[in-house]
Design a protein around this ligand. Structure first.
Ligand SMILES: NC(=O)c1ccc[n+]([C@@H]2O[C@H](COP(=O)([O-])OP(=O)(O)OC[C@H]3O[C@@H](n4cnc5c(N)ncnc54)[C@H](OP(=O)(O)O)[C@@H]3O)[C@@H](O)[C@H]2O)c1
Length: 369
């Protein structure tokens, strides 16, 4: 189905008269459970003791019949079909844009509230694009178990906004320049396997097998593997620009000016980003530290004496976005009108599964934790 047609079938505010989610644990479906994000969904739900009634694990026909453990039980993966969402109240999607475009509206029509990790609905006016620490209000009209779609932002956008929003609220970011260093895990389970295989091949003196990426990935880095548009920016870069404006609720000439350069680096898991900010109101380092120390979902790791700052390994498998290299930008005057920072975050967790589960927690009334 074309994306537009699918969007017309979205029920963004929930199906009137549908059975509201029961007080008991919601019935949950995970679409794309065998993938990198799907695997993380199960880990996050289990670790956070998310209340799950019945659990349905969905993937392609290739995975049907596979057994996957969750919370001490084995579940059998089912092939995704139009009938997969009977009696599902919460559907967590991470199976790519075309699957979301086709099946998220079906799930929504059947009364499931969908939290979608793909980019299919992110820029749709009727669909809230949510980072709970930043704009939870955007989904306040969605009633759990009554249909509706909520989009999870792009992983690089989420990581950036966790770090920058506390500073933006204080000093109003007028311009933002970001460069990313993105891990294999951001491109899914097959890309992680490719990095591992290539690393072995190169060390063994063999030519690297390039299937997911066109170029050698091991011991190399390259511009993000998404399409380049007419303006010279790739899709990932433009997602960071457009999604930030939507999440911050900015329109027209007053939007923060944002430019991004997205690079894929041979790191297995967790993205890094170098961020340069220009403020409307001056902000000094002490105040910036104070704001970030109080902010949810972030942790300062900024030890100048020992030259110890965030790394992807520090961030991997963790929930917090790590922030370091915090300093006033000496090229912007007066001092305090600009700032640099370097952040790392596990994009399978806060960049995908954790953010989606936090959205689901808010939907069913679990307070931020
Ligand atoms: N990786 C990240 O850091 C990240 C972050 C944010 C958002 N996302 C988004 O999340 C989605 C999944 O990403 P991923 O990295 O987890 O990809 P992945 O590792 O390649 O996993 C893809 C999942 O989709 C399933 N799938 C593929 N075709 C299907 C079909 N026809 N019917 C049902 N299921 C199907 C796969 O099932 P089989 O195993 O059966 O093929 C697998 O479970 C993408 O939209 C991606 O853009 C990813």
């Amino acid at each position: 189905m074309p994306e537009d047609a699918a969007l017309k079938r979205v029920n963004p505010v929930g199906r009137i008269g549908a059975i509201a989610m029961k007080e008991s644990a919601p019935h949950v479906a995970i679409v794309g459970v065998t993938g990198a994000v799907g695997h993380e969904f199960l880990a996050v739900l289990e670790q956070r003791r998310f209340p799950v009634g019945r659990l349905k694990l969905l993937a392609s026909e290739r995975s049907a019949g596979r057994a996957i453990p969750y919370n001490g039980r084995e579940y059998t993966v089912e092939a995704l079909t139009d009938r997969s969402f009977d009696d599902v109240e919460l559907a967590l999607f991470s199976a790519g844009g075309s699957i979301s475009t086709r099946f998220a509206p079906i799930a929504s029509e059947q009364g499931a509230t969908v939290v979608d990790n793909s980019s299919a609905f992110r820029m749709s006016d009727e669909v809230p694009l949510v980072v709970p620490e930043v704009n939870a209000d955007a989904m306040s009209h969605i009633r759990p178990g009554c249909g509706g779609i909520i989009a999870n932002p792009n992983c690089s956008t989420i990581i950036m906004l966790l770090a920058v929003t506390p500073l933006h609220r204080e000093a109003n970011v007028r311009r933002m320049v970001v460069s990313t260093y993105q891990a294999a895990s951001g491109a899914g389970a097959a890309a992680m396997a490719e990095l591992e295989t290539q690393t072995r091949e190169v060390l063994d003196g063999k030519p690297p097998t390039c299937s997911i990426f066109k170029q050698q990935y091991a011991f190399n880095l390259f511009s993000h593997n998404t399409e380049i548009g007419a303006n010279g920016y790739n899709t990932e870069e433009m997602k960071m620009v457009k999604e930030t404006h939507k999440i911050w609720g900015q329109e027209g000439a007053n939007r923060t000016r944002i430019t991004a350069t997205c690079i894929r680096v041979p790191v297995m898991r967790a993205h890094a980003e170098s961020i340069n900010l220009t403020f409307e109101r001056p902000l000094n380092e002490d105040r910036a530290r104070e704001l970030l120390e109080k902010a949810p979902g972030v942790r300062l790791l900024d030890d100048r004496a020992n030259n110890r700052f965030p790394t992807p390994l520090d961030a991997a498998h963790g929930d917090d976005i790590l922030i370091g290299r915090l300093r006033c930008d000496i090229s912007q005057e007066p001092i305090g009108s600009g700032m640099d920072l370097f952040v790392c975050g596990d994009q399978l967790r806060k960049g995908a599964a954790l953010n989606a589960v936090q959205i689901a927690e808010r939907l069913i009334g679990i307070e931020a934790r």
